[in-house]
Write a protein that binds this ligand. Sequence first.
Ligand SMILES: [Zn+2]
Length: 61
Amino acid sequence: MAKKGARELVALICSFCKSQNYITERNKVNMDTKGKGKLQINKFCKTCRKVTPHKETTKLK
Ligand SMILES: [Zn+2]
């Protein structure tokens, strides 16, 4: 059986201060948004101390 290596770790960084606040896993199989731009999620940033848009990045620190 082939093992599915479709999961990808992505970091979520605050779009204001660029702090990496969250790390999440994304399943590539469920992603058909290639070329559509990156996901943006509103999350609480402890550096900004408020909810800010967070962007995905694959560059994990
Ligand atoms: Zn921030």
